[in-house]
Write a protein that binds this ligand. Sequence first.
Ligand SMILES: C[S@@+](CC[C@H](N)C(=O)[O-])C[C@H]1O[C@@H](n2cnc3c(N)ncnc32)[C@H](O)[C@@H]1O
Length: 208
Amino acid sequence: MPDENFFEIAYSVDSTDETRAMYDRWAKVYDRDLTDGEYQQPARCAEALKTQIGDLGSNILDVGCGTGLSGLALQNAGYTNIDGCDLSEGMLEKAASLEIYGRLFACDLNQPPLDVEDQSYDAITAVGIFSFGHVMPEAVDEFLRIIKPGGAIIIGLNDHFYEEGSLTAKLEELECAGKLKIVSREHGEHIPQNDLKGWVLSIFVPSQ
Ligand SMILES: C[S@@+](CC[C@H](N)C(=O)[O-])C[C@H]1O[C@@H](n2cnc3c(N)ncnc32)[C@H](O)[C@@H]1O
């Protein structure tokens, strides 16, 4: 049987169950597909985090960690204290095998609260999770509950969902309310072999 084209299927999922089932199947070949595509967002997001959080021992939650490519980029950038969570058990099993995450747990970011105390993390990375049928912009409210004042949120997403506009609208609403500050928006490569570009959004969370 020919391989499924998960890059295409990822745009057609429209329920949490479909998304979870797709990633449970994709888990087996996700790293191969993304490596072949020369996936750039994990490294770009890790570098963006470094410009805000220099302490390499800071505790980071990699939300929607998948198989761990985004955590691996954090580790390659020198960070040593990384937790992860994801919807798909198949993806989480792969992430666990890397042995780079401390706590690793299942979650649905569209159904808060997460099993995490208030103000627990210095930083949150969200790489490739905001998309059609994936994680919705309202999840940022939960990020703000679990991050420490002075913390950083780094979001990497592709052009298609950035241009859809709901995430940037949510972030701008929260910025107007004084709950966060968008420090930078960098456009660049997402998956170059698929001719897909994307954005890295760096966000500072002030004390309230
Ligand atoms: C494109 S992958 C990105 C994985 C990893 N961050 C990376 O950069 O390789 C998207 C991930 O988001 C997860 N995801 C999708 N919807 C989710 C939800 N509602 N809650 C938590 N994770 C979700 C998927 O299971 C998948 O692992």
